[in-house]
Design a protein around this ligand. Structure first.
Ligand SMILES: Nc1nc2c(c(=O)[nH]1)N[C@H]1C(S)=C(S)[C@@H](COP(=O)(O)OP(=O)(O)OC[C@H]3O[C@@H](n4cnc5c(=O)[nH]c(N)nc54)[C@H](O)[C@@H]3O)O[C@H]1N2
Ligand SMILES: Nc1nc2c(c(=O)[nH]1)N[C@H]1C(S)=C(S)[C@@H](COP(=O)(O)OP(=O)(O)OC[C@H]3O[C@@H](n4cnc5c(=O)[nH]c(N)nc54)[C@H](O)[C@@H]3O)O[C@H]1N2
Ligand SMILES: [Mo]
Length: 640
């Protein structure tokens, strides 16, 4: 135990404002607070960015992006999708033209083979994992590809414990083996893909023995997975952050998609690609256009017809170029070209990589407004803090999960104090800035979206209720679409097939933060079952079961460094240092350490992580930093 008790969190109940930068936050009335926000934002046109909330509803995200585009005249709107899901969306879009996962949870129960690649679903996607377990009970085999022997892996027939950041060598070696063994699906390749010859040449050097050297996984295990995947009648390839949170996350995603193109495990019932989403509504946030390059319903900002459609519906002119994504907005803060941020339900002061740098950038803003349900680290430095009702259980609306299923959420309890629905706050502010938006309720927002997004058109609240949620695309009120996407790839008539899916010609590129004598340990970071992200919503409980942050090492490394469980050590990277107690876990192996991001107000893990990010998706390399650990002088260990 650290000896430091958890910080206690209380829900925000009143607006808070700061009279000047050196004054503390004080309670204010809604009118006072919103007047200040309207002034602050009014001055910021042309230098404004919005962070929208993937914890909140589709309706809220629709209104938030509309606020950025119409009231502030900018496409600078983004959310935490940048931290996790963006490489999956970018990779799937490049291959198939749309960024959604291709299958449904039902198919996970009906498939023959499950590959969980860089995903600790038992802890991070426990609902999805119930479907996985049903699949296994129905006879499916499962393989897990993860540097740690996670509790997810305990259910698998095979665990491939690769070195961090060697997923492309692993995928390419699997691809080469499938081709060499004559197991590629040439009917599908010829019908539905392009670039196969280039792909075959690309993977040719990745022999099983070279892959064994680079990944650390025995050649026989790689071969076994290759044969199991290619021979399966139906197979689901699922991945999450072990793949995406790298400086080449989109390339990693492409390398996995290649395997489905090689075998035809896509576009059929039971066979597909499932990038599991992070926050409960990260899929929906992006579908609603709370991203810098897409309008609601996946319409490209660069498409003049799309801009015209939305521009005339909203009585505005949409900026004709992409906005900045979250990563680029932080860079623009440093350059001084982004001066004001409206941060709704995000805690970047804790969750962004290289957090000292992040906080410096946030401090450089002229105006920061935070709208949250708790007083986060980010809110502590805001000029105005607005208390919101929680998207979960306090507001009406819909959210969209990893299988593209839109489901209703309902207000079951009253928000505390003066907290207000995010949508009401945004509409009140829009009014103060000259835009008279009236929505009777969340359903009115949803119906506006349905009128503008054909893929959501068939999903009335009534139908969502009757079917217990519907998957997009749902263009038709009278019809249910298939549960999976891209069936057209299998069409025998070329005219029906549409565009071919290209193989991704991606190369191995090791992690940016190299280990060396000074920083000899590879740190990877991620999740535990009992806590959530930066800890804003889950950090503040006291319980004998609460373990707090730790630096997890394998038994051999603990012995090597002469440290024991509970002993506090200094953990340092090229960015900064933290003090954390040691935990020993046999899931790890020599040279590999693990920390979470969940207890950031006590141990700020992201002081250690590297800000290097994927040039296509903007996602940071949270999964690969280089660190060292040092014993503390005895006097420092004794804490109150
Ligand atoms: N209980 C709980 N559930 C959550 C969350 C939470 O905080 N708590 N957060 C939600 C969010 S926002 C997200 S995005 C998801 C994330 O869900 P996951 O991605 O499943 O969670 P992580 O633990 O971050 O990372 C998954 C695995 O990646 C592995 N990994 C690390 N480096 C590599 C690598 O180089 N290659 C491969 N193949 N694997 C690697 C790690 O060992 C880890 O087991 O979880 C969601 N669900
Ligand atoms: N080291 C390390 N860092 C990581 C990661 C990692 O694996 N390792 N993962 C990254 C990933 S995948 C993610 S998604 C990010 C998460 O980063 P963040 O999104 O910044 O973290 P959260 O703690 O989920 O913050 C969500 C905020 O929304 C607020 N909130 C909840 N519901 C509502 C609502 O209805 N309305 C409003 N207005 N606010 C609400 C919560 O109080 C909380 O402050 O962290 C990233 N950071
Ligand atoms: Mo996430």
């Amino acid at each position: 135990m650290t000896g430091r008790g958890p910080k206690t969190y209380a829900r925000l109940t009143h607006p808070l404002i700061r009279d000047s930068r050196d004054q503390p936050l004080r309670q204010a009335t809604w009118d006072e607070a919103l007047t200040r926000v309207a002034e602050g934002l009014g001055r910021a046109r042309g230098a404004f960015g919005m962070f929208s909330c993937a914890r909140a509803t589709n309706e809220m995200n629709y209104v938030a992006q509309k606020f950025a585009r119409v009231v502030m005249g900018t496409n600078n709107v983004d959310s935490c999708n940048r931290a996790c899901h963006a490489p999956s969306a970018a990779g799937l879009s490049a291959a198939f033209g749309s960024g959604g996962g291709t299958s449904s949870y039902e198919e996970v129960e009906q498939t023959d083979l499950l590959v969980l690649w860089g995903s600790n679903a038992r802890l991070a996607h426990p609902v999805f994992f119930q479907h996985v377990l049903k699949g296994i009970r129905n006879g499916a085999r499962m393989y897990v590809v993860d540097p740690r022997r996670t509790s997810t892996a305990e259910w698998a027939e095979g665990w491939l414990g690769l070195n961090v950041g060697t997923d492309i060598p692993m995928a390419h070696a699997i691809g080469r083996e499938i081709i060499r063994a004559g197991l590629a699906n040439h009917t599908f390749i010829e019908r539905a893909t392009s670039g196969f010859d280039e792909y075959r040449r690309l993977v040719e050097p990745w022999t099983l023995s070279l892959a064994e050297k680079v990944t650390g996984v025995p050649a026989s295990a790689i071969r076994e997975l290759a044969h199991a995947y290619a021979r399966a009648e139906r197979a689901q390839l699922c991945w999450t952050l072990g793949i995406t949170e790298h400086h080449n996350g989109t390339d990693n995603v492409r390398a996995l998609i290649n395997l489905s193109l090689l075998t035809g495990h896509v576009g059929r019932y039971g066979s597909g690609l499932q990038p599991l989403c992070g926050q409960n509504n990260v899929q929906g946030g992006a579908d609603m256009g709370a991203v810098p390059n897409r309008l609601p319903g996946f319409r490209d900002v660069l498409d003049p017809q799309a801009r015209l459609t939305f521009g005339s519906a909203w009585d505005t002119v949409i900026e004709p170029h992409y906005g900045l994504n979250l990563t680029e907005m932080f860079e623009a803060m440093e350059e001084g070209t982004l001066r004001a941020v409206y941060c709704i339900g995000e805690n970047p002061a804790r969750s962004e990589a290289d957090s000292e740098r992040t906080r410096r950038r946030l401090r450089a803003l002229d105006f920061l407004v935070v709208q949250d349900i708790f007083l986060t680290k980010t809110a502590e430095s805001a000029d105005v803090v607005l208390p919101a009702a929680a998207g979960w259980a306090e507001t009406e609306g819909t959210t969209t999960n990893s299988e593209r299923r839109v489901q209703r959420v309902r207000a079951a309890v009253t928000p505390p104090g003066e907290a207000r629905d995010d949508i009401d706050i945004l509409c009140d502010l829009a009014g103060r800035l000259g835009h008279d938006w009236k929505y009777a309720d969340a359903e009115a927002v949803w119906n506006e979206l349905r009128s503008l997004s054909p893929d959501h058109h068939g999903m009335t609240y009534e139908r969502l209720e009757a079917h217990q949620g519907l998957q997009w695309p749902s263009p038709d009120i009278d019809r249910l679409e298939p549960t999976y996407l891209h069936g057209r790839l299998w069409a025998s008539d070329p005219a029906e097939r549409g565009r071919r899916a290209p193989f991704g010609l991606v190369q191995h590129d090791p992690p940016v933060d190299l280990t060396d004598e000074e920083y000899p340990i590879r740190l990877t970071t991620g999740r535990r079952l009992d806590s959530y992200n930066s800890g804003a919503q889950s950090g503040g409980y006291a319980s004998p079961l609460r373990r707090g942050e730790s630096i997890e090492l394998c038994p051999e490394d603990a012995e090597h460094y002469g440290v024991v469980v509970g002993e506090e050590v200094q953990v340092s990277s090229r960015r900064g240092s933290v003090v954390a107690p040691v935990w020993v876990d046999t899931a790890l192996r020599p040279g590999l350490a693990f920390m979470t991001l969940h207890f950031a107000d006590e141990v700020d893990t992201n002081r250690l992580t590297i800000g290097a990010s994927c040039p296509i998706a903007g996602t940071a390399e949270f999964k690969a930093s280089a660190i060292r650990i040092e014993k503390l002088p005895v006097a420092t260990v004794v804490r109150g």
